[in-house]
Ligand binder design. Structure first.
Ligand code: HEC
Length: 217
């Protein structure tokens, strides 16, 4: 699992490299910092040199960092070209900010109105209807505690027949500059096939992997 996360992290970094050039998405980099990491650079740098982001922000540190970054995270949403994200700044949070098991960064899940009730009650097997969209917003924290917005991960439920291989989900990956890196059935479809490949491990629960219970809202 661990090695797979690192591999996925590297793949993501490669996919996003073009859109991570300094500029647009970097707002807030200097402003938001996890002081504990900043004050312990030696240990943190060792982790950094291994290519490992700090794994153990406390829940309070993750929440404070998410709050500090809120304007910069909203700016990423505002810049996003994907029409599925219209109005997404007002969507309900489904989770606290937490370190993702697979996406290798800090994440927070949101859902639009069509998806929210089903996403919350997935144990009851409620299917997410067409138009339902689940969004993962993310930020990274480097070895010295500097935090910056990162990618948007989107799953939009499309009409039956859109993409049988992905259970009619449209996966989209959007860089911190708002540009779409790839989307199912879009021009860069190949870049998001790895999303569905992993989410297909949850085929019996509609490709949804869900947030661990203690982190849900
Ligand atoms: C190696 C496995 C893996 C890959 C690859 C992956 N994900 Fe996920 N994804 C997860 C896991 C696990 C969760 C559950 C929450 C968590 O632990 O981060 C998740 C959660 C999500 C969610 C929230 C909905 C849910 O399933 O609960 C969205 C949206 C999402 N991923 C989109 C994407 C997109 C878009 C891509 C590709 C750019 C992608 N994912 C690639 C494992 C993966």
């Amino acid at each position: 699992m661990k090695h797979r996360s690192v591999a996925i992290g590297l793949l993501l970094a490669a996919l996003l490299a073009a859109s991570c050039a300094p500029g647009g998405g970097d707002a807030g980099v200097a402003a938001c910092r996890v002081e504990r990491l900043h004050l312990q650079p030696a240990a943190a740098n060792l982790l950094g040199s291994l290519g490992t982001p700090p794994e153990h922000l406390t829940a309070a540190e993750a929440a404070a960092t998410a709050a500090c970054l809120a304007p910069a995270l909203d700016a990423v949403l505002a810049a996003a070209q994907d029409p599925a994200l219209r109005g997404a700044a007002a969507w309900a949070p489904m989770s606290k900010a937490y370190r993702g098991s697979e996406h290798g960064m800090f994440l927070q899940v949101y859902a639009n109105q069509a998806a929210a009730a089903s996403y919350r009650n997935y144990e009851q097997g409620a299917a997410i209807p067409v138009g339902g969209t689940v969004l993962k917003r993310s930020f990274r924290v480097d070895a010295e505690g500097r935090a910056a917005p990162y990618a948007l991960f989107v799953m939009e439920r499309m009409a039956p027949g859109f993409s049988p291989d992905t259970n009619d989900w449209r996966f989209a990956l959007i860089g911190p500059d708002g540009n779409t890196v790839g989307a199912t059935n879009g021009p860069d479809d190949a870049k998001v096939r790895y999303c569905a490949a992993c989410h297909a491990t949850a085929r019996r629960q509609d490709f949804l992997l869900f947030v661990p219970p203690g982190l849900r809202l």
